[in-house]
Ligand binder design. Structure first.
Ligand SMILES: Cc1ncc(COP(=O)(O)O)c(C=O)c1O
Length: 402
């Protein structure tokens, strides 16, 4: 390729926190300090020959916003720098990131091994949608490395995990799964939605691909739907970009700008929200109306040690718990809150509360839910920046009257 799109001029060795606020593109001719929002569907070319070279990928330049836009590129470069990957491609949503990965690396006759505890729509995408096109998926227990190994077939091309999972916060051993994926010559993708690169960088443990729902912590304030895939330049440029160009699950420049600015505060938000979540989880564990708390930061979590090693010593900001009394009790606790927002989203500065069995995982069969361990008494709280004492009081309202 001839001419390349220039990078920001930062000294070699610039650290992650600085990259989070500065990586992207050089400033425009106007010298703006906050990144520019390029709301344009196409880019004017200087002449027909240059346009031809750019459309043929002989010269890197902005052409058409379905696949190239400066604001989107700034977001992609910044997220790649934070994840420690060579490249990143932004998508319209977290789900379309997984769709793009599937379209880019799988074909009819291929086999996928996927954790059975992934987000409900991810399960549907692999089992139902990819299934229509002749891709078979085996779902295995997230934490059982041998189950992953046993599920392998000669045509296994992709391993897919989420860590921690939604809503059970099960943690997979990224390093161990990366080893078996390599042995089998399969790609290993990790959905890093719950931790974000502020806490966990899956490629440091050997994963090949990182998936993001930018809708969650990357935005951080519940404003836009966004997604991304981070990986090698070869994966992004050769396998994913051609699909993006043909299929167009593109991130809008406006949404890219919002998420790009979200990345600037990601590390301090994750730190503060994780600290609040730990306090809330410890308090919940002491409440008599609660059967069990799922939070990787608690010593009682079955993969506590692993989570601490993989997640920069933090548990993340999602706490799930099971109340005694099944669905009626869970609905009562949710409906008694006055501060928590009753919404299925997570990653917001406003604490959110949801009943996974009837919302995010409502489309699964009861059998699938049982296999995934999502019971009717389970509540998920995604802790934001609300005062933790207010959150305790908010949950106590319903718990005290059970
Ligand atoms: C772990 C995980 N991955 C992917 C997604 C999908 O992301 P989006 O809603 O941006 O499509 C979600 C959404 O809740 C999620 O929790």
């Amino acid at each position: 390729m001839g001419k390349k799109i220039p990078r920001v001029d930062l000294p070699a060795g610039t650290r992650r926190d600085t990259l989070a606020v500065r990586e992207g593109l050089p400033r425009s001719a106007w010298g703006e300090n906050s990144e520019a929002l390029f709301l344009t569907s196409s880019f004017v070319q200087p002449d027909a020959a240059t346009a031809a070279a750019r459309f043929a990928n002989e010269e890197e330049a902005f052409v058409y916003s379905r696949f190239t836009n400066p604001t989107v590129t700034m977001f992609e470069r910044r997220l790649a720098a934070m994840e420690g990957t060579e490249a990143c491609i932004a998508t319209a949503s977290g789900m379309s990131a997984i769709l793009l990965l599937g379209l880019g690396v799988l074909k009819a006759g291929d086999h996928v091994v996927c954790s059975q505890s992934v987000f409900g729509s991810t399960m549907m995408l692999f089992s139902r949608e990819f299934g229509k096109f002749g891709v078979e998926t085996s779902f295995v227990a997230q934490t059982d490395v041998n189950a992953w190994r046993k599920a392998f077939k000669p045509n296994t091309r992709l391993l897919f995990a989420e860590s921690p999972t939604n809503p059970l916060t099960e943690v997979c051993d990224i390093f161990a799964l990366a080893v078996i994926a390599k042995e089998a010559g399969a790609l290993f993708a990790v959905d890093n939605c719950f931790c974000s690169p502020a806490l966990q960088r899956p490629v440091e443990f050997g994963a090949d691909v990182v998936i993001h729902s930018g809708t969650k912590y990357l935005d951080g304030q519940g404003r836009v739907i966004a997604g991304a895939i981070c990986g090698t330049e070869q994966l992004v440029n050769e396998k994913l970009m051609p699909v993006m160009r043909s299929a167009g699950m593109s991130l809008s420049p406006f949404n890219a700008w919002v998420v790009l600015k979200g990345l600037e505060t990601l590390a301090i938000r994750m730190e503060a929200q994780s600290a609040r979540a730990l306090q809330l989880a410890a308090w919940l564990e002491a409440q008599p109306q609660i059967e069990r708390v799922f939070y990787p930061g608690l010593r009682s979590h079955p993969q506590h040690e692993l989570a601490m090693a993989q997640q920069s010593g933090k548990g993340g900001a999602v706490v799930s718990f099971v109340v005694k009394g099944e669905r009626t009790a869970a609905f009562h606790v949710i409906d008694s809150t006055q501060i928590c927002s009753i919404t299925a989203n997570l990653g917001d500065t406003k604490t959110t509360i949801t009943h996974p069995a009837s919302t995010s995982h409502g489309r699964l069969t009861e059998e699938q839910r049982q296999t995934a361990g999502i019971t009717q008494g389970m509540i998920r709280v995604a802790v934001g920046l609300d005062d933790v004492e207010d959150l305790k009081a908010d949950l106590q309202r319903g718990l005290a009257t059970l």
